[in-house]
Design a protein around this ligand. Structure first.
Ligand SMILES: [Fe+2]
Length: 379
């Protein structure tokens, strides 16, 4: 079973999504912030619940989306202990195991590209995989001339740690600039131009002579990556912008908004919140003050509400934007699409009232209206 391999053409970065086929619990390695929507769409498409976002190191060529993924999916973040990424909730040490469903990923400290760099080993149901970040690349390796790099350390990490893995282990690199997707430990041991047959001294001399230009985005990327990609100037603004509907929903309603933005629009009088949950959910779980109740389906039996269209027309009569809210953001998309078909301007509220299920199948702990501390009442 292979990981899902995703590519960012701008930085030639590979991002990997690994998942447990039984529980659909997933983990993402080295996510790129410009590719956030693509990665969220991939998670939806495969029906996955993201539980971990992790880094092989603090990157100099792109900014991670780890913090945004944590915000949007409720996943936890993890980073190598030696990388100084203080915002990661788990600081990984050599040998640490990260669980996702019934699967385990093992952290291997492979310093050299940076002092904290790690590789990750995954024994999938049928094969072994190693995610090498910028330590070992296909027929190459990461540079060692900045960010606490050391050619000597990298030589040791590759020859003693990575090349000690079985030859059949698939190598999934952090970058490739020539369109190659993967290799194997056996192939790299035999053919890697920088390492095959080279002594430590020869390797160090070769690395010292590379004279590479400074990475284009290093001054912006490293400080942001030390905070899991949170940029204090930009992040708050990002939460308060509507986003186009994604994937199969593209163009079928006005867009997605965070609960925070929805509440801001309601307070400023430009939007009306329409709660499409059942009467029972509103009664038992709680509701938002001032919201219009309009069940998408009615209890008992969850039959479609015959008065739904009429209710939407009435809600839209004042000419305000409509913001559709449900438990976790599924029925609200259906409602927003219907409102759009009726000629109204309708948005879906991301995460819903209760958010997605967490690892213990509980709602309310990983996002949603209540989780973000917005006003609500229980009768
Ligand atoms: Fe790097």
């Amino acid at each position: 079973m292979n990981p899902i391999q995703l590519f960012d053409a701008d930085s030639s970065t590979y991002t990997y999504v690994l998942f447990d086929p039984h529980t659909r619990a997933a983990l993402i390695i080295d996510p790129v912030d410009e590719q956030l929507e693509r990665d969220l769409a991939a998670l939806r498409e495969y029906g996955l619940k993201l539980v971990w976002a992790l880094e092989t190191h603090a990157h100099a060529d792109h900014i991670t989306s780890a913090a945004k993924l944590a915000e949007l999916t409720g996943c936890q973040t993890a980073a190598p202990q030696g990388c100084g990424i203080g915002t990661a909730s788990v600081q990984l040490q050599h040998g640490a195991a990260l669980r996702f469903g019934g699967q385990t990923l093992q952290a291997l400290h492979t310093p050299g590209h940076t002092a904290g760099s790690m590789s990750f080993l995954w024994q999938s149901p049928d094969a072994a995989h190693v995610f090498t970040g910028d330590s070992l690349l296909i027929n190459g390796c990461g540079r060692t001339d900045f960010q606490s790099g050391s050619a000597k350390d990298l030589y040791h990490s590759i020859t003693q740690v990575l090349f000690a893995l079985p030859d059949a282990t698939t190598v999934w690199p952090g970058h490739d600039y020539q369109g190659r997707s993967h290799s194997s430990i056996g192939r790299e041991k035999a053919n890697n131009a920088r390492l095959a047959g080279k002594t430590e001294a020869e390797f160090v001399a070769l690395m010292d002579a590379l004279n590479l230009p400074k990475p284009r985005r290093i001054d912006e990327a490293v400080p942001a990556n030390l905070k899991s990609g949170i940029r204090h100037d930009a992040d708050g603004a990002w939460l308060l912008q509507p986003r186009p509907a994604q994937g199969v929903h593209q163009g079928s309603y006005a867009g997605d908004v965070t609960p925070q933005l929805a509440w801001q629009w309601v307070q400023s009088g430009q939007a009306l919140l329409v709660d499409v949950r059942t009467d029972a959910e509103r009664e038992w779980v709680g509701s938002v003050p001032g919201a219009q109740a309009l069940p998408w389906k009615t209890w008992p039996g969850m039959v479609p509400n015959p008065a739904f269209d009429e209710g939407l027309r009435q809600a839209g009569a004042a000419g305000k934007k409509l913001l559709l809210l449900c438990r976790s953001g599924v029925r609200s998309i259906a409602g927003a699409k219907r409102a759009t078909e009726l000629g109204l301007q309708a948005y879906n509220i991301l995460e819903g009232f209760e958010g997605d299920l967490d690892a213990s199948a509980q709602r309310g702990h990983s996002g949603g209206w209540r989780y973000h501390g917005l006003p609500w009442r229980q009768s």
